[in-house]
Write a new protein. Sequence first.
Length: 278
Amino acid sequence: MSWAGGAFGSRGQCILAPNPNMMTLDGTNTWVLREPDARRSVVVDPGPSILSHLDAVAEVAGEVGVVLLTHHHLDHSEAAREFAERMGCGVRALDPAYRLGSEGLGDGDVVSVDGLEVHVVGTPGHTADSLSFHVPAEDAILTGDTVLGRGTTVVAHPDGQLGAYLDSLDRLHALAEQRSVSSIWPGHGPVIEDALGALDFYIAHRRERLEQVESAVLQLSGEQTLTAALAEVDLSAGTGASLTPRSVVERVYADVDPVLWGAAELSVRAQLAYLQSR
């Protein structure tokens, strides 16, 4: 599926950053939000420090009231300070290290700019500081890397935690069930028009992967119980050990291009840590 960004609803425009790779898909989605006929905009995730991209964002955004960050990963946050200083506004983020100005950002906050309301939803899991931004006037939610427009995301262990991620998916699912959210405007890949269907898939996929990891651990260990098998897993173990996160990846992700196994290992480590903590 080809994706190049564009306008969505009456308040959203996506400018696709020219940083495509296997992790960013087509590139990072920078979102410009503005109430119709309003003077100022909100920019979400300015993305990488690429001048041509920042020029394109500035042209669409016009006067900017504030920059918001979904999380700290550089493909979303690298240019935040640079862009905000250029536009004469602040940066609001959950992690204080990425803020410009005194205002933070957290679950339950409402950001208002010239009539536009953006409601902050805490969705940790992909990273500890992951946030989503609900735009009630569009029945849309900006999910950063929590839900992608194509494929599934990585739970970036150890900063990311699977238990928190599953809770965040449940929270987003509840918003979709309540019809507060009908579409997802992600941080990578195309807009998802069926939010509930996408979240059903994400939750089912995570449960299925967890079952596959459980089965792989039992098979690799030769133990009779999952508790005994998990006791053999050392998340810090090197490649010489028989039961490592990488050995689980090689079994569970055997049908996936090995180029992606490094990213898959982050999620497997998160899954193993989750299973060990239950």
